[in-house]
Ligand binder design. Sequence first.
Ligand code: FAD
Length: 491
Amino acid sequence: MLIVGAGLSGIGAAHHLQEAFPGKSYAIFEAREELGGTWDLFRYPGIRSDSDMHTLGYRFKPWTASKTIADGPSILEYVRQTAREGGIEDKIRFQHRVVRAEWSSEESHWTVEAERVDSGERVELTCNYFWVCSGYYRYDEGFTPEFEGAERFPGPIVHPQHWPEDLDYAGKRVVVIGSGATAVTLVPAMAEQAAHVTMLQRSPTYIASLPAEDPIAKGLRRVLPPKAVYATVRWKNVILQTLFYQLSRRRPQAVKRFIRKGVEAALPEGYDVDKHFKPKYNPWDQRMCLVPNGDLFKAIRKGSASVVTDTIATFTEKGVKLDSGEELEADVIITATGLNLLFIGGIELVVDGDPVELPETMTYKGMMLSGVPNCAFTVGYTNASWTLKADLTSEYVCRLLAHMDAHGYSKSVPEITDPTVTEAPLLDFTSGYVLRSLDKFPKQGSKEPWKLRQNYVLDIGTIRRGAIDDGAMQFSSTAPREQRDASLASA
Ligand SMILES: Cc1cc2nc3c(=O)[nH]c(=O)nc-3n(C[C@H](O)[C@H](O)[C@H](O)COP(=O)(O)OP(=O)(O)OC[C@H]3O[C@@H](n4cnc5c(N)ncnc54)[C@H](O)[C@@H]3O)c2cc1C
């Protein structure tokens, strides 16, 4: 087995794999020098989860810290601990960027090519199963639109993905461009030291406040052991979040009113909520932002932060000039303008000599590609915590491997056997960062098992418990080469 990526997903995958098959050998190829992926890469002030750790944590490892909206370093430590405890760390080959993988049906294995990041040397290895846990975005470069006049601004222009350790913003005027999870995290965190922080957004986002510490978890901790608290609060959160998402899709007006009430109560009297906190789209057409204990609203109330909703005409020597004519003066500009999405870490896949064109494939259960044998990928939910789906994916891959072992199969490949399945875009988000990349992604199908349901409760039924041999997953066995050679010789 080869796992690509030593982030939250890759470490979780390795845990499941070695628990289920102590006898199988595996390695993890990781492009970076450290494990932890996202939680090691992002170092901006205030970095934290924007979903609760009772669902962002692994199913097999209770999150026991008091804060349920946790800071980045604590999440990184949790991933590191998981890797240490299971001896997974020893299986990681750091600075190995996987660039290409070619499947041979004749040999029944993948030949995987990696590049050593330190020396540029090419490394090749073969594996029976290839499992890509590479996250969903480019690590080398965040997304920054072209800003006219950027060269005129004399101060630092920083993308949160590449935060300079020595960035000094104490007592300075900061403009944060963006309105997503990163911007709403950065603004209150930087406002603690900066002279003033302005969040400059093109359009508003739905923002809801959540207690940083779950009050039910806090109460249960007094009477139940950690494992039981974790399981209970995890289920409570899964159910509440699923209901909230379903309600958002079915009764958007009611959910809009509910969110707005919260925002109005948290902001000063007379605040222009319509202008700055009334999105043009429905809740969950784009990812919703959570702020722990209303920290963003508190900073606005205090006057240490403010929101401006406008479009940028140009950067200037003094800051940012807006299309309305207003100029925002700044010493530091932060471009919290998002990520560049990247599917399966940019790895080139080839099957029996034919390059795999991702947009021509369809995702099977949101974890495999039609026509691509012995290969899985881990991608989390967009409307719930990533790890809920990552854990289910791991469980499914282990069940599939056990099925193959039990029947002597060496190859499993999802094939579209139902001619009535039609294709649809993989994601239905309307966010710019999704729309920018969607044409490079595989498709989803109109029905099971090709449809991406983004629903943990339903996925438990099909992914954790559903039949492995479902008509779409095709199995075959190839006798090992020596056996074939021997039978040819005897013939
Ligand atoms: C700032 C930020 C906050 C987030 N907050 C949340 C949250 O609160 N809740 C939530 O559910 N999700 C959140 N997410 C999504 C988040 O990325 C996932 O929760 C989770 O961390 C993903 O883990 P992963 O292991 O799948 O991917 P990553 O963390 O991206 O790790 C992937 C690893 O694979 C390696 N890799 C990639 N390509 C290759 C290659 N070709 N060869 C070798 N190695 C490779 C990378 O170097 C990296 O170490 C957040 C994302 C960001 C950017």
